[in-house]
Design a protein around this ligand. Structure first.
Ligand code: RIB
Length: 279
């Protein structure tokens, strides 16, 4: 990023964040306990909500006060159109949100147990059609941003294109390395930080790693932060709220400690509602 960011009313810089990632319809049901492999259990009523790590993080960054643009794909269907409208209503720039004709909007199957813990299976749909060319089309926006935030519900070559453009432009890359898949050390080295949970952290070895610790908060190198006490309803999307708020804080010029505090608070807040996004 080369130009100075504008400042907000409270004197803090307003960071510019680009999120490259997924948009899903989340199909959610609740169970008393998760089934074992091969087992069937009965759930509650099915609920349709908006989700997807990319969109969840974009909306979290916007809630945290950043100027946000999203780069992604939705299907040419009612879900895709509704999602576009919702992002616009939240103030997210959708210039680089493409409607793809050959696949439906992504879908996630989410099961939440009585403790608020979830399992998620994603059918990527349109998200899998996001290409390096789409990212090149948004290159000027990425170059002008203070931070670019990417996750792993899109193709590897697309993620690597984001990292290349960010690196060339010296735009800060925040990589939420979820869901876990093998990543080249050269990609991990470009991220500051890689954001992962404790399970995901075992899969990677990165110089700058920010680890979310659930109810215990998060750590990033020497820095740690604890969340305010909350009575969680649903942990779905808490990690996304953390990542979005972290990117927004870093983009606004916060240091590690300040960004970590803001992110932990946002992650805790996101456990207070059902689903990944506040209704
Ligand atoms: O991180 C939570 C998200 O993961 C859900 O919204 C779901 O869509 C999957 O992307």
């Amino acid at each position: 990023m080369t130009a100075a960011s504008p400042t907000g009313g409270r004197g803090r810089a307003v960071g510019r964040v680009v999120v490259v990632g997924s948009l899903n319809v989340d199909l959610v049901t609740e169970v008393d306990r998760h089934p074992s492999p091969g087992e069937t259990v009965l759930g509650g009523d099915l609920v349709r909500l908006r989700g997807g790590k990319g969109a969840n993080q974009a909306l979290a960054a916007a809630r945290a006060g950043a100027e946000v643009a999203i780069v992604g794909r939705v299907g040419d269907d009612a879900d895709g159109r509704a999602y576009r409208d919702a992002l616009v209503a939240a103030g997210v720039d959708v210039t680089h949100l493409t409607t793809t004709p050959d696949a439906p909007t992504g879908t996630a199957l989410i099961v939440v147990d009585a403790e608020g813990e979830n399992t998620i299976v994603v059918a990527p749909g349109a998200n899998a059609r996001l290409t390096p060319a789409d990212v090149h089309g948004a290159a000027a926006t990425i170059r002008a941003a203070d931070a670019v935030l990417v996750q792993l519900e899109i193709g590897q070559d697309t993620v690597e294109t984001v990292a290349e453009i960010a690196s060339e432009a010296r735009t800060r890359l925040v990589l939420n390395a979820s869901p876990v898949r093998p990543l080249p050390p050269s990609l991990l080295a470009l991220a500051d930080p890689v954001v992962v949970n404790e399970h995901e952290a075992r899969a990677y070895d990165a110089a700058s790693t920010c680890v979310t610790l659930g109810a215990r908060g998060a750590r990033w190198g020497e820095e740690t932060a604890s969340p305010p006490p909350v009575d969680p309803v649903d942990t779905t999307g808490a990690g996304d709220a953390f990542a979005g708020a972290l990117a927004a804080a870093l983009a606004s010029g916060e240091d590690r400690a300040g960004a970590l505090r803001a992110a932990v608070a946002a992650g805790a807040e996101a456990t207070r509602w059902v689903g990944a996004q506040p209704l």
